[in-house]
Design a binder for this molecule. Structure first.
Ligand code: NOJ
Length: 554
């Protein structure tokens, strides 16, 4: 039931709890740290936070391996800390979205331990995807699926009597066994977990691997590789199976049962689904399903005018066809930060890069930041909702020179270092220049080393500095809110060069003309142009430079 539907134009800020703010000085961020730093987000002007997992976990995949869905890992604090954080956020007018990881648990979850201790065919095993191996001795995996983190997606267990036994499926790390979603016990349990956090007052969930829960019947051989996730248009047996939609119809009913009529109380569900094309993704946000689904096609679109225009047009059309808002995103904890991505030469076609190491070609940092600011100024004008990833408001680049020995992403180890993994975007945030850990915590400790150049990008260096990235984000967010751009409609404008994105966004509160110059030459502005904001923090009304976006009062 739609009430005021706050989420339709919300800007939601992703906190990666390990890396945002560390209250106890152990080098890992925590919930009390988050509570203490919430004023930063109130000043920035976002509407909500989304927290990556802070649940009990052995941390083999930074908490995306959950051992207890109803508790906080001591690394991050306690349930009381969570309640205090939520209450403080609500006092600041910030809503709280948490992560739910329904595709797999940790191998330390009580259910998986019970499964290992029970015989093949038992109800305990039926909560996961255990299968006999292929070959006469059963010593080959049940099918050819590969783990997203490298290596086979199956691991063989040793049975209680010491004999080599069945295999279990894990689309990710060995320590992340996939649930069997054909089992009602699994459905009931995860719905109960949703209720647990809804009862604690959360405003919604980001659903991890939302397109993976249901696998094709019989688990047929497929075509799982890293790219399949990024550009598959074909149905693969582990992704985007029609059955997932039934799960989300049930979840939507559950969420709606918490939304009190007459108040702005919608509890939302947002899919992390790497699904293409846009039409297939839009199925996740049909009226009786999820509220939002990250637009990763947009994230992967290069900074080229034709590509940007095509993706934005297609995305808006497909969302509108099902009555949903678009959910724009440029960075998160799984991809190279956009300030770095855009510091490389842009080529047509979708791109997903997951890690850069010291021996790889390095980005042009200044160019990357300039384009990132321009890209953000496009995104924040677009109708719909937008997600920001912690640190992008500071213009943080990826840490591209992390040595192998500090890397913790399982991808790095599982591919023998061939894939650098995602640690580079997860480095702890700098709050203050000139102090240990750049003010991340009270001690000189950070679970990943912070590059020296993070110092000058620290929050305290940017506050009040009119040309800083932080002030640009603050200004754009305020204008976006004032003009209600997120509820607006977009019209492309004719009469501009092909490498300029030119569009008008009109809402009940006003209009803004957005011009982004992706070309090589400056574009002259017509006389009397009234510049509301510029991604270069210039208020020159005579021209737009290369890689600059301006918002003009219409
Ligand atoms: C997507 C999450 O964003 C990522 O960090 C995680 O590794 C995988 N899902 C597995 O849970």
């Amino acid at each position: 039931m739609t009430i005021s539907a706050w989420w339709r134009d919300a800007v939601i800020y992703q906190i990666y709890p390990r890396s945002w703010a560390d209250a106890d000085g152990d080098g890992v961020g925590d919930l009390p740290g988050i509570t203490a730093r919430l004023p930063h987000l109130a000043a920035l002007g976002v509407d909500a936070v989304w927290l990556s997992p802070f649940y009990t976990s052995p941390q083999h995949d930074a908490g995306y391996d959950v051992a207890d869905y109803r508790d906080v890992d001591p690394l991050f604090g306690t349930l009381d800390d969570f309640d205090a954080m939520t209450a403080t956020a609500h006092d600041f007018g910030l809503r709280v979205v948490v992560d739910i990881v329904p595709n797999h648990s940790s191998d330390e979850h009580a259910w998986f331990r019970a499964a290992l201790a029970s015989p093949p065919g038992s109800p305990e095993r039926a909560r996961y995807l255990f299968r006999d191996g292929r070959g006469a001795a059963g010593d080959e995996p049940p099918n050819n699926w590969q783990s997203m983190f490298g290596g086979p997606a199956w691991t063989r267990v040793t049975e209680a009597d010491g004999s080599p036994g069945q295999w279990y499926l894990h689309l990710f790390d060995t320590t992340q066994p996939d649930f069997d979603w054909t089992n009602d016990e699994v459905r009931d349990e995860l719905e109960d977990v949703l209720r647990f956090w809804l009862d604690r007052g959360v405003d919604g969930f980001r659903i991890d691997v939302a397109h993976g829960l249901v696998k094709a019947e019989g688990l047929p051989d497929g075509d799982l590789d890293h790219d399949a996730n990024a550009d598959a248009t074909a149905l693969t047996p582990m992704w985007d199976q029609p059955g997932v939609h039934d799960i989300y119809r049930r979840w939507r009913k559950l969420a709606d049962s918490y939304a009190a009529e007459g108040q702005d109380a919608d509890r939302i569900l947002c899919a992390e689904a790497w699904v293409l094309p846009a039409e297939a993704l839009a199925r996740y946000v049909r009226e009786d399903e999820l509220h939002q689904s990250f637009n990763f096609e947009y994230l992967m679109t290069p900074w080229l005018a034709d590509d940007q225009r095509a993706t934005i047009t297609r995305s808006l059309a497909h969302a509108e066809a099902v009555g949903a808002p678009q959910t724009w995103v440029l960075s998160n904890h799984d991809v190279v930060r956009h300030a770095t991505r855009l510091g490389y030469r842009q080529q047509p076609g979708l791109q997903r890069i997951e890690g850069i190491g010291p021996d790889d070609p390095q980005p042009d940092t200044a160019l990357g930041l300039r384009r990132a600011r321009a890209a953000t100024a496009v995104m924040l004008a677009l109708p719909g909702s937008a997600y920001l990833f912690q640190g992008e408001e500071l213009g943080l680049p990826e840490a591209t020179r992390l040595p192998g020995e500090v890397r913790q992403d399982p991808t790095f180890a599982r591919t023998g270092g061939a894939s650098k993994g995602r640690d580079g975007c997860r480095v702890p945030v700098p709050w203050e220049d000139g102090v240990p850990s750049f003010g991340f915590g009270p001690a000189d400790a950070a679970w990943l080393p912070q590059p020296a150049e993070y110092g000058e990008l620290a929050v305290d260096r940017q506050i009040g500095r009119p040309d800083s990235t932080l002030m640009l984000y603050t200004e754009l967010l305020a204008l976006r809110k004032e003009l209600r751009l997120g509820r607006g409609t977009l019209t492309w404008l004719d009469g501009y060069p092909a490498d300029v994105l030119a569009f008008l966004v009109t809402s009940s509160e006003g209009s803004v003309t957005v011009l982004a110059n992706l070309g090589d030459v400056a574009l002259a502005l017509s006389d009397g142009a009234d510049v509301l904001a510029s991604s270069l923090s210039r208020h020159d009304s005579t021209f737009i430079a290369t890689d600059e976006t301006v918002w003009l009062r219409r």
